[in-house]
Design a protein around this ligand. Structure first.
Ligand code: GLC
Length: 409
């Protein structure tokens, strides 16, 4: 049996990566009212299943998804291999409700895996435990056989995913909640202990999220950026549009702005966590313009400022009202979201000697002056922010960043 590497070893690439692409894609892209449409509109199973006869994404090209993720500066991807509707994008031997066995006749998971690997992306699989097609899901006490069959299916399919597609880097479970069952019984209901042990036997390097009823490796704050305690891996997942839908919603005018998205990514990195930003491709397989343009703009920023994000650590001092800070080794990175207009910026409580200060966007050096009460002034900075949304000033220090306590005279 293969050896499971330590938590730190398994988490290494994930901490380096910091930024990933989530993809919610399936039959629900056709009605385009989000991935919960079947449940919310109470569409009968057989009626919803008709969509599988239409789902034939003529313009799907996994390489173009990978190219976009790369352009954004992302290092990994997580695809919905099967969402709550039960439709598999992969070739399952235990279900006929799959893309390869219906109109598309293609294993999209295989195409995705191959493209992601070729593009140097780490590969994640989203998989929903629950499947709305099983009456036993809604009434596990009254319909135990159906509930059992659903659990069996999950075990079989996760095993398929872990054996048929080579090395998988992240198993992103979801849909672990069970109606009329207390949260502390979910893991037992799904047989998560047994399943996850099997997964680790098959994929010793894998990271498993906390949505099987067990904590496993990663916390998954949803639609907000909230750090876990130091030492614990976490990843904030978020939609670009309204928070109610991850799958394609045709008219969804309330998209987050590029500065909001950059600030979210930076805030995650400042807490030593990751940002998994979602795309909901259309039913033809293409990614909408609103998502593409935002990802490209983030990528432009990442090209100059990525070193403040990849492999980031927590910085013991912040940047006050003007922004926040990340750290790495002997460097601190001040992320200035709200650029001061006076030609100088003030940060406080830096204990280290500052060897140099550089604006990453332009490479320009900045003068550093100390003042009383542990103040540091970065002088002679341009009046116009070198980057409109987040200008990063890299401080090269004499050691790992350390903070003083506030001083007041
Ligand atoms: C929720 C939703 C689901 C979405 C997921 C992403 O659990 O049920 O639709 O896939 O969040 O985190």
């Amino acid at each position: 049996m293969s050896q499971i590497p330590s938590y730190e070893e398994r988490m290494k690439w994930f901490h380096e990566a910091r930024f990933g692409m989530f993809i919610h894609w399936g039959l629900y892209a056709i009605p385009s009212r989000g991935e919960w449409v079947m449940y919310q509109e109470q569409i009968p199973v057989s009626e919803y299943a008709e969509l599988a006869k239409q789902f034939n994404p003529s313009r799907f090209d996994a390489n173009s998804w990978v190219a976009l993720a790369k352009e954004a500066g992302m290092k990994y991807m997580v695809l919905t291999t099967r969402h709550h509707d039960g439709f598999c994008l992969f070739d399952s031997q235990v279900s006929d409700y799959t893309a390869p066995k219906t109109a598309a006749k293609r294993d999209f998971v295989r195409e995705y895996v191959e493209a992601a690997r070729a593009g140097g992306m780490k590969v994640g699989f989203y998989y929903s435990w629950l499947d709305w097609r099983f009456p036993g899901y809604f009434d596990h006490k009254g319909k135990p056989d159906s509930a059992k069959a659903m659990v069996r299916q999950a075990h079989d399919q996760v095993q398929e995913l872990m054996t048929s597609y080579g090395k998988i880097d992240v198993l992103w479970y979801d849909g672990q909640w069970v109606p009329n069952l207390e949260a502390d019984k979910w893991a037992e209901f799904w047989g998560a202990q047994e399943m996850n042990a099997k997964v680790r036997e098959l994929q010793p390097h894998i990271l498993i999220n906390n949505r099987s009823g067990l904590a496993e490796d990663l916390d998954t704050p949803e639609q907000h950026v909230t750090a876990s305690e130091a030492g614990r891996g976490w990843e904030s997942c978020m939609t670009m549009g309204d928070s109610c839908g991850w799958g394609y919603i045709a008219n969804n005018p309330n998209f987050k702005t590029v500065p909001q998205l950059i600030q979210n990514l930076v805030t995650a990195a400042a807490g030593a966590g990751n940002y998994l930003l979602n795309c909901g491709p259309k039913s033809d397989g293409t990614i909408r313009e609103e998502e593409q343009s935002r990802l490209k703009a983030i990528g432009e920023w990442m090209k100059k400022n990525g070193e403040s994000i990849y492999g980031s650590e927590r910085c013991p001092f912040g940047a006050g009202i003007i922004g926040t800070a990340t750290a790495k080794g002997n460097n601190a990175y001040l992320h200035i979201f709200r650029w001061p207009i006076q030609g100088e910026a003030c940060v406080v409580n830096i204990k280290n000697e500052i060897k140099s200060a550089t604006i990453l966007q332009t490479g320009r050096k900045v003068e550093v002056a100390r003042a009383s009460n542990n103040r540091v002034y970065l002088k002679g900075i341009p009046v116009e922010p070198p980057h409109p949304y987040d200008t990063v000033i890299k401080l090269e220090l004499d050691g790992g960043p350390e903070a003083t306590s506030p001083a007041r005279e």
